[in-house]
Design a protein around this ligand. Structure first.
Ligand code: ADP
Length: 627
């Protein structure tokens, strides 16, 4: 048998196009060839189980090998093989919807995945790295003749009788001179590890040495010998392909270690398993995040029928879950991973919604099952939950029942519980519920104590996302305001009808104000006389909630915005009821008045860690003189 022909595509120049435009991602040719081999092996298995193939299945292992001297790379399988007619049908008639469409598309294609996925060019990706590709194959069908196909990258091909004696296919690539890296063992191993690590049929790549028991020596001790065994590069049955009911915690943890050898154990995981209206399996892990450096997205790996596709899962996984680890496998996600295409894909949207719902359900379940454990993990989980509540309405609606607030006493409350807890005392005169919070309990201790003196509760809001979470809560909760505990004096933070007046006359107030303004002598420090408990400090320095938030937000955005350049304005709240104020009024001269005021002001700054540099040195000197 000998036949020559022309590959039926409508453009003459298909191979140059493939070579040129699939340039960025050459290595994926190996993924394509090995997946084809795996498919062929699975097909013969199925035919056998259906009784349509009566012969021996034998060892279905796929083998990848290379020969540096001959410059060949071979992928061989014991799958169903092809007849010459099938080669003509499947290989020669490239499954294009049309050459025009192809030429249209390749202009914008950014990577090989995009083209290969869309046009079924898997096999032809071999021409990215090979001058010549040869197929030796024997079909499983009774009486089939071995066939050989060879093509040098032009549109001319040749089919002859082949030399294969047993069922299956061998794809032999004559690697071109620009692609020698694909004749390197380490390089090939790396590519196989990346794409083929979880393929469902064993993949052999070379051999490795193992030691094997070899009887006993003269003294009766066991002997060992080195033997060459097949180097199988993949785990054919990863846990996401198994039924959740068949798996134990150890299995999930072991798999996590397999994927991320250097990571700490995850907090918990979610096994995804749907078959309608789309197919999706996977395991998502909530990692333990020790520090900000570990906040790396793109840890989730995307597979399609156990073939690795990418670790860029944007759009498939909701943004707030991008920090999760694990795997997702779906044959319904287009292999083409270009952004715009994915966003438009309706399956991708459904998958995204499904994952959001599953994660919310799992968290709700953990919360219900063991609240104590949930609270212990909240530090780590909270970040995801808050991010989700801010970015997705649907997630907020579910999470509002298990999201937790924690206070300075390390107690945890749900949103509803907290509201009930503080309602009696922390409702102001306009019926607004005021949540007090601290971003740094150590630094803001003076203010926390002022709040505690009033039996007010103070929440801890110190995670990087809390700024946004606070705004979100204010939007969602009715008649509720969140105020940092040092944003005003306590009676002003939660204003009641019976707010007391301070003991000073108007004249005295004006006097005291003038003394402090002169002593402080800074334009951004606005002195006000307030009525506080005589036990409170004589001076508090506060920054308005709104102003501080605007500044914080602009800082997070980076760069020099208008707000970022705003001077930091503070209020210097002088406690009109404090005995020191009387002392100031009765002081002998202006100098003594000024010293007392300055000292009281510096103490306020000191209590907030705001006294630094030369101001601090001066304060220490002055204090030494005073004692
Ligand atoms: P796809 O795999 O997307 O269909 P390919 O270009 O990779 O596109 O392969 C085209 C067809 O060639 C396959 O669908 C299959 O029928 C056949 N084929 C490729 N490789 C093998 C193989 N190793 N054994 C049997 N058939 C194969």
């Amino acid at each position: 048998m000998q036949e020559k022909g022309t590959i039926s595509i409508h453009t003459e120049n298909i191979f140059p196009i493939i070579k040129k435009f699939l340039y960025s991602d050459h290595e994926i040719f190996l993924r394509e060839l090995v997946s084809n081999a795996v498919d062929a092996s699975q097909k013969i298995k199925r035919l056998s189980s259906l009784g349509q193939y009566k012969g021996e299945l034998g060892n279905l292992q796929v083998e990848v090998s290379f020969d540096e001297k001959k410059k060949t790379l071979t992928v061989s399988d014991r799958g169903l093989g092809m007849t010459a007619d099938e080669i003509k049908k499947y290989i020669n008639q490239i499954a294009f919807s049309g050459a025009t469409e192809f030429v249209e598309k390749f202009k914008d294609a950014k990577d090989a995945n995009e083209l290969i996925g869309k046009f079924g060019l898997g096999f032809y990706s071999a021409f990215m790295v090979a001058d010549k590709v040869e197929i030796q194959t024997l079909s499983y069908q009774e009486g089939a003749e071995p066939a050989r196909w060879i093509c040098d990258g032009s549109t001319e091909f040749e089919i002859t009788t082949g030399n294969r004696k047993d069922r299956g296919t061998e794809i032999i690539l004559h690697i071109n001179k620009d692609s020698k890296e694909f004749l390197n063992k380490n390089k090939l191993q790396e590519i196989l590890d990346k794409y083929c690590r979880f393929l469902p049929i064993s993949i052999k790549f070379g051999t490795k040495t193992e030691s094997e028991p070899d009887g006993e020596d003269a003294e009766g001790k066991p002997k060992y010998k080195s033997v060459e065994v097949d180097n199988i590069i993949n785990n054919t049955n990863p846990i996401w392909a198994k039924a959740p009911a068949d798996l134990k915690d150890e299995d999930y943890l072991a798999f996590y270690k397999e994927l991320y050898p250097f990571s700490e154990d995850p907090l918990f995981w979610i096994h995804l398993n749907v078959d309608y209206p789309f197919n999706l399996t996977g395991v998502l892990y909530f990692p333990k995040i020790k520090n900000d450096f570990e906040l790396k997205p793109n840890k989730i790996k995307l597979f399609s029928r156990q073939v690795f596709i990418t670790d860029e899962v944007k759009d498939i996984v909701p943004e707030f879950l991008m920090l999760l680890h694990g795997v997702i496998d779906s044959p319904d996600i287009p292999l083409n991973v270009s952004r715009s295409f994915l966003q438009a894909d309706s399956n991708v949207k459904k998958i995204n919604t499904y994952i959001t719902k599953k994660v919310a359900d799992k968290l709700a379940e953990l919360f219900k099952k063991d609240r104590k454990v949930f609270e212990e993990k909240w530090q780590d989980i909270g970040l995801f939950v808050k991010y989700g509540m801010i970015s997705e309405e649907k997630f907020y609606d579910k999470a509002k029942d298990f999201a937790l607030l924690s206070n300075t006493k390390n107690e945890y409350f749900t949103l509803d519980q907290y509201k009930e807890k503080i309602k009696p005392l922390q409702t102001d005169k306009d019926s607004t519920l005021v949540y007090l919070y601290t971003t740094d309990a150590a630094k803001q201790d003076t203010y926390i104590q002022s709040a505690n003196n009033k039996v007010y509760d103070v929440l801890v809001m110190n995670s990087p996302i809390d700024n946004h979470f606070i705004s979100q809560l204010e939007q969602k909760l009715e008649k509720t305001a969140l105020k940092r505990v040092d944003s005003d004096v306590i009676d002003k933070l939660i204003q009641k009808n019976d707010t007391p007046k301070h003991a000073l006359t108007e004249e005295q107030s004006t006097k005291v104000k003038a003394v402090f303004e002169k002593a402080i002598n800074k334009p951004n420090m606005n002195v006000e006389i307030e009525s506080l408990n005589p036990d409170e400090l004589p001076v508090h320095v506060t920054m308005d909630e709104f102003m501080r938030r605007t500044k914080d937000m602009s800082q997070m955005g980076g760069g020099m915005s208008f707000y970022g350049m705003m001077p930091e304005n503070y209020k210097v709240a002088v406690n009109g009821n404090h005995p020191l104020i009387n002392r100031i009024l009765q002081a002998e001269n202006e100098e003594e008045q000024g010293q007392l005021a300055k000292q009281a002001f510096d103490l306020a700054l000191l209590s907030q860690g705001m006294l630094t540099g030369s101001d601090l040195t001066e304060f220490v000197k002055r204090s030494v003189q005073l004692i």
